[in-house]
Design a protein around this ligand. Structure first.
Ligand SMILES: *Cc1c(COP(=O)(O)O)cnc(C)c1O
Length: 370
């Protein structure tokens, strides 16, 4: 089932819908898009079967997908996804950030979920094809941080009730205009430390970007909300001691001496593209960076003693999000007085400047889509 070395063979035939949203209505959405609520006029579809490999690639009208009620994904959750953004630069051109990294992670997730790999060239071609057709949906970057969020995903569409890898798989890309994640400026979030629930165990699917991981995190998210927190932080499943990540974002700690630390990848943490990029950007900004294990005691005691001065979370959707408060059963502490720290803001700005073409792309991290 491995297709990793398969050359790009997938063509995306374009069928433009005649009934695209009128300009005025689209502009009204782009003026205030929210996140993940509105979708563009078109989407990508492609199908995989063992005999034909990937085939039938198309750009088609966005709309409901017809699935047999026995489609395997609805029962056994054989599904993976990616999340990335298209950024409009000041000259009108449209770019995306490190798409090869997302393509490679999509292939790793596919291997873990016994899904067929989509070759990198096909993954990139699908993004270009969709953004080309729906380019009017990419907001202007001038106003700050608006973008077009891209959501490639793949699922077992074969109709059968049996536990084995599906012999029919659907690939799809949808796109959704996204405003600044924080309307009204960056605001620190509060984090609930989950001691009952874990997100990922050794040998499990924690390093794969699959819907099932998110389904399993929801009860902990409900618990967080019940305790007045915005997000959940998960500890390792073996010792319940080592800090891993949030439900959908990686974590960073800033220390008094200016060094920054992020939990090392042990197979149970999702390798974020944002996380990996910050490891390099922070060095440019003069910070020493470390990937190592961080215990929950180190977090609590470090904040209390002032050794840890800032904590932030990172991911494509929210970029860099300051953490202002940590709460757990029986206690809480505020981080940096509940305020956004200067290192967090500087790293956030460096990343955004690169993505929006305001800083020189010395590492070749940007790929032009349109
Ligand atoms: C997607 C995701 C992230 C962030 O990854 P980016 O590539 O930076 O967007 C972090 N943790 C989890 C669990 C995720 O699913």
């Amino acid at each position: 089932m491995t297709q990793a070395t398969a050359p790009s063979t997938l063509e995306f035939t374009v069928s433009r819908r005649p009934d695209v949203l009128p300009d005025a209505e689209r502009e009204a959405i782009l003026a205030n898009p929210g996140f993940g609520k509105k979708f563009t006029d078109h989407m990508i579809l492609a199908t995989w079967t063992p005999g034909e490999g990937w085939h039938d690639g198309k750009v088609t009208a966005y709309g409901p997908i017809s699935l047999d009620p026995s489609a395997a994904v609805l029962h056994y959750a054989q599904e993976i996804f990616e999340g990335m953004k298209a950024y409009r630069h000041a000259d009108g051109s449209i770019w995306t950030f490190r798409p090869e990294a997302n393509a490679a992670r999509f292939a790793r997730s596919a291997r873990r979920l016994a899904l067929p790999e989509l070759p990198e060239a096909d993954f990139l071609a699908s993004l270009t094809a969709l953004v080309e057709v729906d380019q009017a949906w990419v907001p202007s970057g001038e106003a700050g941080e608006a973008s077009l969020y891209l959501r490639p995903f793949m699922f077992a569409s074969e109709a059968f009730l049996g536990v084995r890898p599906a012999a029919q798989v659907t690939y799809c890309v949808i796109a959704s205009p996204a405003g600044a994640y924080f309307s009204g400026g960056v605001k620190p979030v509060s984090i609930w430390l989950s001691t009952d629930y874990t997100r990922a165990a050794p040998g499990g699917t924690g390093a794969a970007k699959c819907g099932g991981n998110y389904a399993a995190s929801l009860a902990a998210q409900v618990e967080a909300s019940a305790h007045g927190c915005d997000q959940v932080a998960f500890l390792d499943a073996v010792e319940h001691r080592w800090v891993e990540e949030l439900g959908g974002m990686n974590l960073y700690f800033v220390r008094r001496d200016g060094s920054i630390v992020t939990p090392e990848l042990t197979g149970t943490i999702l390798e974020g593209v944002t996380r990996a990029s910050i490891l390099e950007l922070a060095k440019d900004l003069g910070h020493s960076v470390q990937e190592r294990r961080i215990s929950i005691e180190e977090w609590r005691e470090g904040v209390a003693s002032g050794d840890i001065t800032e904590v932030f979370a990172c991911g494509t959707a929210a970029v860099v999000t300051p953490v202002g408060r940590l709460a757990w059963e029986g206690g809480e502490l505020s981080v940096n007085g509940g305020e956004t720290g200067s290192t967090t803001l500087a790293i956030r700005q460096a990343l955004l400047d690169l993505q929006y073409g305001r800083a020189e792309d010395t590492r070749g991290w940007l790929t032009r889509l349109v």
